[in-house]
Design a protein around this ligand. Structure first.
Ligand SMILES: O=C(O)CCC(=O)C(=O)O
Ligand SMILES: [Fe+2]
Length: 323
């Protein structure tokens, strides 16, 4: 692993940088009001994003090269216009199709990291998705729930799961401590014994489709750790992944314990955006008590892929939605 020299892991925008970013957002808004799912809008945003503050572009580039030991990049002081937000949505599958200021920012930054993509089967294939508590989903293991959300690789069951997950905070939770929890395999791996490491590398696990996907199903048997011997990739969902035998089950429990030991709690504030490397970290969330009063916690989520060609066969008309 190349360590921290690869780039900034935490970037707080200065007031000048914030203004420069606002100017890019305003210019994009003047170009027309087509939504963030429109291919022409995305093409424009991809180019306009090249004018983001240089330090931000450098941090994104460094993160893409190597996501660091913690597998995440946090950007703060983004000009999301938190004072002018509508009430937090409370319905299932809510998305932001309009090029609002926060949706534009999530897209601009995501499009510099890679290609922003979505899944036809999830949240209507919208690029910018709302992470908000939903009354009918309160007890579900989904981002609309408010019970503790187990550590997971995003869309672990999916062969084309996102390389990165971006979460932009628009509105914080009522309770200050409500946070996304993140744990990096780069920190947890050294804590695993040799026996568990070996088992986790074998195709002795299956992962079910999450409730957010319209079609139910299960993956083929897969390993949880793959790639490099000493710096592996991780793919697991502690709610949806099951071991196919007892030994594999014990290895899964050891991994969960190791990830829990090294986890970090991130309390995102309005204007904070975190990108997680979905190959290196799992994420989850603490339980919280929503009020459904229009002032609940509200994040925008975007998924980012590298290598657009790899998924071309599953993207209609070379668009950004995977079937
Ligand atoms: O609410 C959060 O902080 C994370 C939820 C989540 O796992 C997701 O939206 O993918
Ligand atoms: Fe997630």
């Amino acid at each position: 692993m190349t360590g921290e020299s690869a780039g900034l892991r935490d970037l707080a925008l200065t007031e000048d940088e914030r203004s420069r970013l606002s100017a890019v957002v305003a210019r994009l808004a003047r170009a027309g009001s087509a939504g963030v799912d429109d291919a022409a809008w995305q093409a424009r945003a991809r180019l306009d994003g090249c004018h983001l503050p240089p330090r931000l572009l450098a941090a994104i580039r460094g993160f893409r090269y190597d996501a660091g030991v913690d597998g995440r990049l946090t950007i703060t002081n983004l000009p999301v216009g938190a004072e002018a937000l509508p009430p937090t949505p409370t319905v299932p599958d809510s998305v932001e199709r309009v090029a609002t200021v926060p949706a534009t920012i999530a897209m601009l930054v995501g499009l510099q990291l890679g290609e922003v993509i979505a899944y036809r089967e999830e949240k209507h294939g919208a690029m910018v998705q709302n992470v908000v508590p939903v009354p009918s989903l309160a007890t579900s293991q989904s981002n609309g729930g408010s019970v503790r959300l187990e550590f997971h690789t995003e869309n672990a069951f999916h062969p084309d799961r996102p390389h990165y997950v971006g979460l932009l905070c628009l509105r914080p939770a009522h309770e200050d401590r409500v946070g996304t929890q993140v744990a990096s395999v780069r920190r947890a791996f050294p804590l695993l014994d040799e026996g568990s490491r070996t088992v986790l590398r074998e195709a002795r696990f299956v992962t079910a489709t999450p409730p957010s996907f319209r079609s139910a199903g299960e993956s083929e048997p897969h390993p949880v750790l793959s790639g490099s011997e000493d710096d592996p990739d991780l793919c697991v969902d502690f709610h949806a992944t099951s071991a196919l035998d007892d030994k594999a089950d014990r290895a899964l429990a050891a991994l969960r314990a190791a990830l829990t030991r090294v986890r970090c709690d991130l309390v995102l504030r309005p204007g904070d955006m975190v990108f997680l490397d979905n190959r290196l970290v799992v994420h989850g969330r603490v339980a919280f008590r929503p009020r459904y009063d229009g002032n609940d916690r509200w994040l925008h989520r975007v998924f980012v892929h590298l290598d657009n060609r790899r998924t071309r066969g599953r993207r209609t008309a070379d668009g950004a939605v995977l079937s």
